[in-house]
Each structure stands twice: as structure tokens, then as C-alpha cells.
Design a protein around this ligand. Sequence first.
Ligand code: C2E
Ligand code: CA
Ligand code: CA
Length: 764
Amino acid sequence: MEEKRLQERLRRAVVLIVAAGLLLLAAGEGVAAFLARSMVEVTKDQMRAETDEYKNRLEKQMSSDYQILTTMSGFLEFSNVDEAENFDEILNEANLRNDFVSMAYFPLNGSGVVAVLGQPVRSDVELAEMQPEVQEVVAQAWQGEMALSDLVQSELTQEKIFIYAIPVSRNGDTVGALIASDQVEIFSDILSGDTVLSGNGHIHLLNSKGELLIHSQNSVVEESVASIYEEPYFSGQKAEEIRTALAAGESVYSSFHCEGRSYQALLEPVGIKDWYMLCVSRVQEASGLYRIVTVIAVTFAALLLLMVILLVYGYRLTRRNDRELRDLAFHDALTGGDNLRGFTLKLQEALSQRQDVNLAALDVRQFKFINEIFGRERADKLLRHIHQQLQARLEEGEFCCRDSADLFYAVLLNTDPEQAAARLRNIMDEACAAALQDANSDYHVLLYAGMVAAPQCAASGKVDDVLTHAMFALERAKGASCNSVWTYDTELHKKEEVANFVESHMHQALQNGEFRMYLQPKIDLTSGRLGGAEALVRWTTGTGRMLYPDQFIPLFEQNGFSVSLDLYMVECACKQLRAWLDQGIQPVPLSVNQSKLLFFEADYIQNLERLIERYQIPASWITLEILEGLALENAGELNSRISQLQAIGFRISMDDFGSGYSSLNTLNSLQIDELKLDRGFLMEAADKNDPRSRIIMEQVVRMAKQLGISVVVEGVETRENEALIQSLGCDFGQGYYYSRPITVEEFTARYWGEPKEAPHGPAL
Ligand code: C2E
Ligand code: CA
Ligand code: CA
């Protein structure tokens, strides 16, 4: 039960912690994802801003370059300067002023002027001598278009340049091409590149095929590649996606890994030709935000781990505690075996499943003495030893335990109680012999046992009852003298139970009026009419159960309560006589049984006198039945008592004559008024095979008659009985033949007509 509760609690804790853990994890994930996304956005924005910056500068430079060329071309259109003698001077001057790397003018005839910074101006330069890129743009300009070359390595300056060309027209016709080459300012930055993203990035210039045009020397990754489709950049599926995006002129945000680190890459079209800028960043990794996200992720993971560890630790701890508690709860620390709780669990199971369970309770005789003389340590050793010995001798399915002190229980399996008891006796003998050897002393340990046999165990089936029965049998065994086994007896136990009840409830019962007077008639054998009645007590308990005198009178005689009860019965009789008189009934004498204790009470006679006075009853209507045994001890004192009572008027009857030490002498020595022959007397006399008893009875009756004592015969059960006692000359008959003891109400109705209101017990 407790274990179940514990497991349920554990299960709930696990669910709670797992739920909390998952929640925490989800929250952590959420925060981390949010931060990561924010970070990506921030990085992307930074990279875009950086790329835009370079793009703007490039655009600005180009448009200003174009502006200059366009102005010059206009000037040429209207002034015909190109045909002037000093045109080369003018061109050189313009080149110097505008900071181009070189300028040139090629009329349609292909023989032009070339001015290069830091070099003398050359005239009559044939276009065909120029590098192909120059020829290309010039050809385009001659077609009337503005043209721009790819980046080229200048043959003249060895610098990376690009070349612009614009047409010069006159009167609507193109007459030549004005060209200028310029270094791209940003390229130097790209080349040195350490300012990109505060040193945490680099920018390369490439075309839409992915071929690198300008390569930063300060790239943040280790590389010397010709294309972005080479290591460490993009490969596989990613490369394909990027290739498609670049062909479509779209910008791409992606990432790649290099030497275990992650980099972000932004590919932005420049807007000039098919150029792209590749911006690479490691900002994300280097930024505080990235570290925060990492820290958060690690913290959450650590927390989760901690929770799991705590959970496992808690679980183990509870399991261990539980086990220890269970050990404590079901084990006996002294013997290491089961304790009573552990034992009863097994017993419960055995009782519910089998019919051959015999339960024995064993105890060590004089254990207190062993404890005191040999000391606690040795006594404990002995207990351990007995437990071991018992355990060793049990067979499969059998078990035992020590309850407390020197009380042991054992279950033996056998359907035959005799065999079970014999085996138990054997086990006890062996265990005692072994204990003696082991203790190495002369003291002979003795065990005694109470056993509840298999049929009783099976009939009861309840652990508590069976244990109580075993203890009951053990108590009985305690009274026996040597190693003995007492088997539980249901009848005996019931008697003991009643005895316990009687002793603990008698006082209250007397106050509550639970003792009632029943009456059994005495019939006059000559007239056949009612000659008197005997008052017999009945106890109706609070629960309505009827107890008979045999169940409590012997106990009352032992504990002295019969003094109170008998006097109470005398009062009941007086009260009843008074009631009959008051009802106009002429009553018959009532006989009341008097115990020996009462008879010798100091104030006995005064008490009786008080009663007859209180109810105004003649003493002669009360017959006091005493037992023959009273005469054995002190006949003289008894006689004086009898005389005193007779002087008042009471009649004295000798009860149960012939049941015990009866002797005819008693008749002689005691001054009694009535002799009640015991039922046994009649039974024997009625036996036709034994005429002697009849002769003795005849003699007794004759002698009584001679002494003037009236004779009552008890136990008249048949017509033959009646005929017999009549023939013997007895005066009264009492027995079931006439009536069983009945209530006062019934008695009154039977002998005096309609039942009249009968009095209850006297108020005490
Ligand atoms: P007892 O005084 O010998 O009473 C007669 C007993 O024999 C009664 O038993 C009665 O019911 C029984 N009896 C009567 N006729 C027959 C019969 O034909 N056959 C058989 N087999 N039995 C018969 P009861 O009432 O159970 O009383 C038992 C004994 O308890 C009495 O024996 C008496 O000694 C004692 N007792 C009863 N009431 C009192 C009382 O108030 N005070 C004292 N001290 N003892 C009492
Ligand atoms: Ca009697
Ligand atoms: Ca009797």
C-alpha cells in the first residue's frame, strides 16, 4: 500500500520534472532561436550595409567619371578641338586634372592620341596597337554607345583598371570615341580590406559565373581561389542553388564552413555589368550576441542535465529509503528474519491459498530468568539461535518469525494436526538441544508452544483470529510442565471468552437488572399440585444473549460476587411473593440457592431479616438451599447458623444430596427441614439393572422421613421417574417432567390463570 503510494508520488515527480525540463528546453530553444534569428538579421544587415557602401562608392566614381567624359565629349563636339594642333596637350591636361590613369581619343580612322599619367602624350597611336579591351570599348563607342570594359590589367600602368568609352559626335554623326581608364578606388580598399566589418569580414568582386575578379588579400578565410565554387566556399547542392541565383541576378545569403568555423556570405549584384560582391563575415561568431546565445544554450542544457541528475539521484535515494523502510517495517533487527508484519503478510497469503496451514506460537520458558542471569547479550544470542534452528528445520513453503521478546511464530504445512504437532515437538526438542550446545552452558532451554491446527486455521481464515487463538493455546501450554505443544480448542476458548466477559461485566449487569429470576415448580407428589418453586438465575446480557448459571456461578463463587447475587435473588423472591400477595394470589414457598460464602457472611442473617421486613413476607415462605459440602468444614457453626435462621422462620434445604460426599451422617447431624436428592440419585435408582441404588435411595428417604425432613427429588423427567419417587414415599418432585425453569410471568400465568404484571428485579 505504502509502496504504491510512493511509486505514484515518484511517477508524479518524474512527470513534473520531465514536463518542467521540456518546458525549459522549449523556452531555451525559443530564446536561442529568436536570438539566432535576430543575429542573422543583424549580421545580414551589417553585411548588406557594408556591400552597399562599396557599391555606392563604385557607382559614384563611375558616374562622376562618365560625367567628366560626357562634358569633354560635348566640348569636342562643338569646338573641333580634336583637329587642333595642340589637341594632345589639351588631352594630357584633362587627364592630369581629372585624375584618370589614362585618356585617349580615337577618331573613326583609328589613329588617336593617348595620354597616360606620368608619361609623355603620344599622337598617331594606332588603335590596333592597343590592348583588345580598349579596342572593344572603342568599337562600341564608334557605334554610338557608351561602353565599359571588364576589369583589365593595364598594359600601360600594370594596374587593375576599367575603361570607359563614349562616342563623340558632330552634327549627329559619330566621329570618334573618347576613352578614359580609371583605377577603381574601392579596389584598393578591397585589396587591403582590413576595414571590412571592422576586420571581421572581407569583400571579393566576382562575376555572375562566380569567377573572382578582385580578390581581397585580407580575406578572413585561408584561400587562394579563382571561383567561389572552390573550397572553402560553396559546393554541391548549395553551389548549384547559388549558380542559379547568380545567373538570374539575384542576391544570395548563405553560409559555409571553414576549419570548424561558420561564416556568413552575402552575394550582392553590383549593378554594373554582371558583377557581384561577395561579402564574407565571421561577425556572428565573434559577436557578443553569438556568445550570449551560446551561453544561454549551454546554460539551458546544463540546467536540464542537472535536473536529470537530480531526478535520478532523488529516485535512487527514495528507492533506497523505501527499501530501508521496508526492511525496517518487515524485518526483525535482532534475528534478521521477518518480524510480525512480514510474517502476517505471508500468513495471510498462505491462509487464503491453502488448507494445510498449522500456526504455532512458541515461547521460551523462563526467558526473563535467562535474561537476568545470563545477561541481555547472551539472551539475544539465544533468541537468534532459536530463530536459526527453527528456520533451518522448516520445509518449503513454511516460514517463521520472531515477534517480540521470546515469542516466535511458525507455519507448518500438514493436513493432519497430529503429525503437525509431532513435528513441532520434534523441531522444538532439536532446537533446544542445539541451543544448549551452542550456548556451552548447563542451562537447559525449554520451549513451549500453542498451535492452531489446520482445520481451525482453514475454518477461520483470518490472520488476527488465528494469531489470537495461537496465543490462547500458548497460554495453556505455559501451564504444562515440560516442552509441550498445546493445540487450540474451540470449546475451551469459548468458555474462556465467556469467563472473561462474566468477570468484566458482572457489576454493571447487576445494576442494569440483567440478572433475572426464573422459577421451576416443585410438585406435591401426594396431591399432584404445586408445592413450591425454586428460584434459578438467568443472565440476559446487553446484547440479548442468555447465560446459564453453569457459565457464571462457579466463577462468582471464586471471586465472591455470589454474595451479592444470592442476596439479590432472595430479594427477587421476596418481591415476587409480595407482588403475588398484592395481586390476591396465595403464593407457594420459594427456594433460593445460597452459596457458602454468603452463608457465613457476618451480617447475613440481618440482611435476610431486613428483606422479609421490607416486603412484609413471612420467613417460612423462603427456603434457603445450601450445599452439603458446607457441613464438611464446621458442622457445629453450620448448625448454629441453621438454628438462628430457623428461629426466624426460614426453612433450610440441603441441595444436591447424593452428588458428592453425601453421607447419612449429615442427615443426622444437621437440623435441616428439606432434603433435595440430586438428579444423579434418581438416575441411578431408575436403572433397573442396579437395584442397590434404589435400596440406598429408599433408606435415605425413610431416614429423612423419620427425622421429619421433607424429601424433594430433582431431575424428574418422565412418568416412570414420578411413579418411582412416589412409590419411595418422597414428598415433592422437581424436573422437566413438570416444567423447565420459566419466567415469573409464565409461572404466574400457568398456575394462577391470566398473566399478571410481574415485578422486575428489586431496586438496589
Ligand atoms: P440446582 O440448584 O441443583 O438447580 C437445579 C438445576 O437443575 C437447574 O439448573 C435446573 O434447570 C436443572 N434441572 C431441573 N430439572 C431438571 C431435569 O429434569 N433434568 C435436568 N437435566 N436438569 C434439570 P440451572 O438453572 O442451570 O442451575 C444450575 C445450578 O446453578 C443450580 O443447581 C444451582 O446450584 C446454581 N444456581 C442457580 N441459580 C443460582 C443462584 O441464584 N445462586 C446460586 N448460588 N446458585 C444458583
Ligand atoms: Ca438448588
Ligand atoms: Ca440441586
